[in-house]
Design a protein around this ligand. Structure first.
Ligand SMILES: C=C(O[C@@H]1C=C(C(=O)O)C=C[C@H]1O)C(=O)O
Length: 250
């Protein structure tokens, strides 16, 4: 391929360790890197306006020619901290749930857990941009990413979706994976994978570069987010994709 490879990465703190490696690796010279929120990455892969994206796994079935090209992504085995249902009332009283417009995976995970694990019949609402301010009474919200970390002290009831997926299935979870929508040179893919791995060797530097009062990034990067997509995480993904054969509710 003569042109540069277009790569879309998630613009949240969770992706900084991977970007630390990518931006410092020679493979960077062969790519144009863009940072954006996850549902936009899904759209760009679907419309073929990017070549590789750190894409919400729930979007994979709708991306033509999708293939996971790396051993790294955004996973968790238990508590993830940045993907939760935030509510002012306990689960059994929730009646409506706003679904984060930036998400494609967590909004489906919330639907799976509400239906099959909590067995709660709720109405799902499309979230407008200011929807965090609209959470009140029996109306809750799914919030992901840095905006979720910033809300952890603000709600009486917080349901961590990776923790509850683990309680439900016994499995870890993959939120996002590096997916390409076309065949790419082997050598690029090998170097891209190496670059991701390299970033994970420098978590202390990433934390030092990103002062973040809302949440301890040592805990976030070392305990909550798990970047290596091993076999048990892939089992979690396979189980989740099975549930996604059920129709989405909105
Ligand atoms: C853990 C997270 O994983 C993410 C959740 C995604 C989703 O819900 O679609 C997509 C990409 C990841 O950023 C998070 O954003 O907090």
């Amino acid at each position: 391929m003569n042109r540069k490879i277009k790569v879309s990465a998630v613009s949240y703190l969770n992706t900084k360790p991977l970007l630390y490696g990518i931006e410092r690796h020679a493979v960077m010279q062969d790519m144009d890197l863009v940072l954006e929120y996850p549902s936009l990455i899904a759209r760009h892969l679907q419309e073929d306006t990017t070549d590789i994206g750190l894409v919400p796994v729930a979007a994979i079935p709708s991306i033509p020619n999708a293939r996971i090209i790396s051993d790294y992504g955004i996973g968790a085995d238990g508590k993830v901290a940045s993907v939760c249902i935030f509510s002012k009332v306990p689960m059994e009283q929730i009646r409506q749930v706003y679904l984060d417009y930036q998400s494609r995976t967590s909004v489906r995970l919330a639907q799976v857990l509400l239906r099959h694990y909590w067995k709660q019949d709720v109405e799902f609402l499309q979230a407008p941009e200011n929807y965090i301010d609209l959470v009140s009474g029996t109306t809750a919200a799914v919030i992901i990413g840095d905006r979720a970390l910033e809300q952890l002290g603000n709600f009486a009831y917080i349901y961590d979706l990776a923790e509850n997926w683990k309680a439900f299935t016994g499995l870890p979870f993959i939120f996002a994976a590096w997916v390409a929508n076309k065949e790419l040179p082997e050598s690029f893919i090998r170097q891209f994978n190496e670059a991701n791995a390299a970033g994970l060797e420098h978590l202390d530097e990433v934390i030092a570069e990103n002062p973040y009062p809302a949440y301890d990034l040592n805990v976030y990067y070392r305990e909550n987010i798990l970047y290596y997509l091993d076999e048990t995480k892939k089992q979690g993904l396979a189980r989740f994709l099975e549930y996604l054969k059920e129709p989405a509710i909105i």
